[in-house]
Write a protein that binds this ligand. Structure first.
Ligand code: ADP
Ligand code: MG
Length: 241
């Protein structure tokens, strides 16, 4: 959906994505995807497994480029950027949260959170104080010298969120962020996303295949077979999707 925003964070315009097939030819995964996300929104992108959600997230996150179409992030067309330029865009503008946490298992909690700040050229003491501030925000200040392997799944995801927040992004992209957690820990993470969205105005785009998770967001974009079949306010239930 084309939206009127005070500030547009994401604009996908006629995005198509195909992957080459091993035996020749190609498989089209996304078909003419169009939507905008405004600053301050909490959006769930939902669809069954294999519908193209992660492919879509990879494009939004500047981890991959579309086969055709235009993608603007903060009003800037990023489709033509080199991979080095895309890496800078990612590091400066997007906080990522993944299903499997993607923490470095041999590095302390604090090191993991400091890592994205290294590329910013921040002095060490500022990196440390910023990382500590983020740890406090997720309620894990006592665990800074632990290794990720010593933490529960829910705590690991909190560390990943602290890492995502460290660079002060306006946008958090989360791909199945509760997929590896039990429902109690999952709910905690989702409540925390809500709080970040409401209190800090952070824009959140969350990918999920479950309606019970999606419904924490205010807006739902539903994908089926690589096409959007619903984009609007969060419905009461998923009967008509
Ligand atoms: N890098 C890739 N190379 C080839 N095919 C891919 C690649 N990534 C995804 N696909 C295919 O695209 C389709 C959608 O995948 P994906 O976006 O991961 O779906 P979802 O996240 O909704 O489960 C699947 O058929 C998958 O096999
Ligand atoms: Mg996926």
């Amino acid at each position: 959906m084309k939206k009127k925003c005070a500030e547009t964070i994401i604009s996908l315009q006629h995005i198509n994505k195909s992957f080459p097939l091993e035996l020749g030819g190609e498989q089209q995964v996304l078909f003419d995807i169009n939507f905008d996300v405004c600053a301050g929104e909490f959006v769930a992108v939902m669809g069954p497994s294999g519908s193209g959600k992660s492919t879509c997230m990879n494009i939004i996150g500047a981890l991959d480029t579309p086969t055709s179409g235009v993608y603007e992030l903060y009003g800037r067309d990023v489709t033509g950027l080199t991979s080095d330029e895309l890496a800078i865009v990612r590091n400066e503008h997007i906080g990522f949260v993944f299903q499997q946490f993607n923490l470095l298992s041999k590095r302390s909690v604090l090191d993991n959170i400091m890592l994205p700040l290294m590329y910013r050229g921040l002095p060490m003491d500022e990196r440390i104080s910023r990382a500590r501030e983020m740890l406090k925000r997720v309620g894990l200040e006592k665990f800074e010298s632990y290794l990720p392997t010593q933490l529960s799944g829910g705590m690991k995801q909190r560390v990943a969120i602290a890492r995502a927040l460290a660079g002060n992004p306006k946008l958090i992209l989360a791909d199945e962020p509760t997929g590896a957690l039990d429902s109690k820990m999952g709910n905690e993470i989702l409540q925390f996303f809500r709080q970040l969205n409401r209190d800090l105005g952070i824009t959140i785009v969350m990918i999920t295949h479950e309606f019970d998770i999606a419904k924490y967001a205010q807006r739902l974009i539903h994908i089926r077979d690589g096409k959007i079949n619903y984009d609007g306010p969060m419905p009461r239930d998923d009967k008509n999707l």
